[in-house]
Structure formats: structure tokens, C-alpha cells
Design a protein around this ligand. Structure first.
Ligand code: C2E
Ligand code: MG
Ligand code: MG
Length: 429
């Protein structure tokens, strides 16, 4: 057994002692520690199906796989019947914990073999960070397990703990003035979520997704602050800064998969801004962005709300070498009469249909119909919300061009994206 594995028998008291010592050390060195809890899905069912001993053997094999993917300084411990905890010391930012979660998910893609059985195991994971999410071992574990139950409830592979849920923040008027300060203080950051080409699985690009790292509230998600910024008009400044930051980052991305595309979300109100096209073109020129590499994502409801005006803007963008993707497609108000003239390059299927396409026949039909529609109009089509290998396979079979989703990766901080690109292994369809 490697020194990374602290125990393969459930032992929570000992986990608390280890956590305590890692937290103390990190505190002294000014470092961060991530705690990742991994729970095997449907553990009890596996037990009933294969018997206790076989399942213990499976968990031992899983422990060995965790050992393989962990760094020498990481620690692995069994903390429950079907639960492991991983202590990841000396991480630079949460992106490293996300990369670890991605690796764990990948290692589970290969089935296990035991006593003549071939067994597939899935897992849900919860992540919490010291000092961002907790200062004490008990709260760190509690928060990682809260995130884990969130993941299990939503069927997500992993969830990063966040104490800033939209519910808690709703109706908080201080946010407006705080957002003003945030813009001045550079508290807005961009995360990148990779997008893959479903023919071959290679990386095709990434979508820039804003996060607000508030000193007071932690990471605030965009569905909280974008509506506020839209109401106050701060959205324009925010968008220009996002476009500039993202183009600057993209200029330094590794070229292992050739030039990657960069997708940026544009708030509906910006479509009415006459300066949009020239400012985007200026920013592209300034950062040396190649034509056709920048994709602006505009929601279907924004485009179809005023098709005449938005079609004209999209056409002008196209003339400048900027592609436009119709985001959250399927949730807006496209009529086929309008749709036939749409000058966009891509339809991006809303994640709500993709996430549930395995459990809902209706959603699967919608996904198939949108793909067919895109093909008929010679548009590219991308799916967001690909949360499992099975979904990726179906999308590939349906000849969807691109996919994005938690199975490939959650959005990662800008500083970690290059590492993601360098370590990316295409899935085998
Ligand atoms: P969107 O543009 O549709 O972005 C996709 C959202 O789906 C992202 O959430 C992403 O993390 C999430 N997602 C991707 N794959 C999966 C998956 O497999 N499962 C699940 N459950 N979710 C998945 P995020 O980052 O919270 O962004 C939410 C929305 O906020 C975005 O939706 C976009 O409308 C808006 N937004 C984000 N950044 C910006 C920005 O810079 N400008 C503007 N105007 N809006 C932004
Ligand atoms: Mg988008
Ligand atoms: Mg979307």
C-alpha cells in the first residue's frame, strides 16, 4: 500500500486528525488545502448484487486507482462504507481540485473486474477548500459533504462548495454598490469551460464564464450578478472587460490542439449598442485574435426578441470574422419563418434538454430535432450540459458537432486552463 493511502477502513476520527495537521501546516505556510469527498453511487445496490466481499474488493481497486492519479503529497482515506476523502495540500487555486475531480471521473470510465464480473462504478464528489470555505477541519468536512449531497441530488459528478447560493443573495441590494467596487478592484474573473469536437474528441475551444470573487461573499455565480449588472447598466463595462481579459488569456493558450476557439457571452442589452461591432473588432485587433476564432454567444430569446435588429448586428459581426452562436437554443421564441434567415454560425442546445436526455424521451427528441434543424440550415451545433459519457456518445452518434459539460470539465479558473489543455485526454467513443 502506498504512503498516500492513510486507511482503507472507514476511519473518520483519524481523518479529522490528519485534516487538522494539514490545515495547521497550510495556515503557517499561507497555502490552500482542498478536501474532496468521493461517494460511490448506489453502493448499497452493489452490495446486495455482488456481496460484501466483492464490493470491498472493488473499493480496494478504486482506492488503488485514486492512488495512481494522486500526487505524492496527496492523502487518501476511506471515511464511510462507500466514501473516500482526499486531502490535497499545496494547491494553488480551486482549479487544481477541479482537475483532480476530472481525473477521478475519468478513471471511473474504465469498468472494474472482480471474480469474473465486470462492474461499472459511478461516483459523486463534493469539494471544499481551506481557507476559502472553512477554517476548521469539522467545517471543511461538513462543507465538502454538503457539496457532495448537492452533487448527488442534482446528479452532478462534482460540486464545489459555495456559501453564496442564489437564494441567500436574492434581494440583497448592497450587491449593486459592491459590484461597482468589484469592477474597480478587479474582483471579476473569467473561468473557462472546454468545448470538444465530437468527431474525434479533440479540444475545440472554451467558453469564457464570469465569476465574481468577492472578499465578503466568496465566489458569486453569474446568475446572481449578471441580472443586477443588467438592471444597473454595469453590464456594458463588465462585458468589455470580459472580452478584453478573455482575448488576452486566449492569446497565451497552448496550441497542442491547434488554435482554440473562444466563446464569450453577450448580454441582450449589448445587441442594441451601436458600438458593439467596432469595439469587438478593435479588441480582436489589439490581442491578435484570428478571424473565426472568436464566437459571441447570444441567447435565442435576445435574438428573436428583435430579429430585424439582431440579424443586422450578427451579419456585421460575421463580416468582421466573428461567429455568433445562439445560446440556450430551444428555450426562446424562434419561429421557423424568422429562423430561416438567421445569419448565425452555430446553435447551442440548452443544457436543460441535454442533461435529461437519458431520462426523458421528450428532451431526447428535442435534442435530436435541434441537431437536424442545424444540419438542414448548414449551421454548426453544440450541446452544453454533457454530464456523462453516454450523453457524449449519443450526441456523437447524432452528429452533433461540439459538446461542453461537466463530464469533460466544469469551468476552470483562467490560470488552470492551460494545464487542462496540456493534460487533456480525448474520451474514447
Ligand atoms: P450559459 O452561457 O448557457 O453557460 C453555460 C452554463 O452551464 C455555465 O454556468 C456552465 O457552468 C453550465 N454548465 C455547463 N455544462 C454543464 C453541465 O454539464 N451540467 C450543468 N449542470 N451545468 C453545466 P455558469 O458559468 O454558472 O453561467 C451561467 C450563465 O451566466 C451563462 O449561461 C450565461 O448566460 C451567464 N454568463 C456567464 N458569464 C457571462 C458573461 O461574461 N457575460 C454575460 N452576459 N453572461 C454571462
Ligand atoms: Mg453561453
Ligand atoms: Mg447556455
Amino acid at each position: 500500500m502506498s504512503e498516500k493511502i492513510l486507511s482503507l477502513r472507514p476511519n473518520r476520527p483519524s481523518l479529522m486528525r490528519y485534516l487538522d495537521s494539514y490545515i495547521r501546516r497550510a495556515h503557517a505556510d499561507g497555502k490552500q488545502v482542498a478536501l474532496l469527498v468521493v461517494q460511490v453511487k448506489r453502493g448499497d445496490e452493489l452490495g446486495a448484487l455482488f456481496g460484501y466481499q466483492t464490493v470491498e474488493g472493488l473499493l480496494e481497486q478504486f482506492g488503488a486507482r485514486l492512488d495512481d492519479i494522486c500526487r505524492s503529497q496527496d492523502r487518501i482515506m476511506r471515511v464511510g462504507d462507500y466514501e473516500f476523502a482526499l486531502i490535497l495540500p499545496e494547491i494553488m487555486n480551486e482549479g487544481h481540485a477541479i482537475l483532480a475531480a476530472n481525473k477521478i471521473m475519468r478513471t471511473l470510465a474504465t469498468p472494474f473486474e472482480i471474480g469474473g464480473h465486470v462492474v461499472s462504478m459511478g461516483a459523486n464528489m463534493g469539494i471544499a477548500l481551506f481557507p476559502d470555505h472553512a477554517g476548521k477541519p469539522e467545517t471543511l468536512l461538513q462543507n465538502a459533504e454538503l457539496a457532495l449531497s448537492d452533487a448527488a441530488r442534482n446528479g452532478a459528478s462534482y460540486v464545489m462548495y459555495s456559501d453564496t447560493t442564489p437564494e441567500k443573495l436574492a434581494g440583497n441590494w448592497d450587491l449593486e454598490s459592491e459590484l461597482d467596487i468589484a469592477l474597480d478592484n478587479g474582483e471579476l474573473e473569467i473561468y473557462y469551460q472546454p468545448k470538444i469536437n465530437l468527431r474525434g474528441g479533440l479540444l475545440a475551444g472554451a467558453e469564457a464564464l464570469l465569476r465574481w470573487r468577492s472578499p465578503k461573499r466568496g465566489i458569486v455565480p453569474p446568475n446572481v450578478f449578471i441580472p443586477i449588472a443588467t438592471r444597473t447598466g454595469q453590464i456594458k463595462e463588465l462585458t468589455w472587460s470580459a472580452i478584453n481579459m478573455a482575448l488576452q488569456h486566449a492569446a497565451t493558450w497552448p496550441t497542442r490542439f491547434g488554435p482554440l476557439s473562444l466563446a464569450i457571452n453577450i448580454a441582450p442589452s449589448l445587441l442594441e449598442d451601436e458600438a458593439l461591432v467596432s469595439r469587438v473588432a478593435d479588441a480582436m485587433g489589439m490581442w491578435g485574435a484570428k478571424p473565426n476564432r472568436l464566437i459571441l454567444e447570444i441567447t435565442e430569446s435576445a435574438v428573436m426578441g428583435n430579429p430585424d435588429m439582431s440579424f443586422e448586428t450578427i451579419r456585421e459581426l460575421k463580416n468582421k470574422g466573428v461567429a455568433v452562436s445562439i445560446d440556450d437554443f430551444g428555450t426562446g421564441y424562434s419561429s421557423l419563418a424568422n429562423f430561416k434567415n438567421i445569419p448565425a454560425s452555430e446553435l447551442k442546445i440548452d443544457k436543460s434538454f441535454v442533461i435529461s436526455m437519458l431520462s426523458s424521451k421528450a428532451d431526447a427528441n428535442i435534442v435530436r430535432t435541434i441537431i437536424n434543424l442545424a444540419q438542414a440550415f448548414e449551421l454548426q451545433v453544440a450541446a452544453e450540459g454533457a454530464e456523462s459519457m453516454e450523453i457524449l456518445r449519443i450526441l456523437a452518434t447524432l452528429q452533433c458537432n461540439y459538446a461542453q459539460g461537466y463530464y469533460i470539465s466544469q469551468p476552470v479558473p483562467a490560470g488552470t486552463f492551460a494545464q487542462f489543455v496540456n493534460e487533456y485526454v480525448p474520451p474514447v467513443f
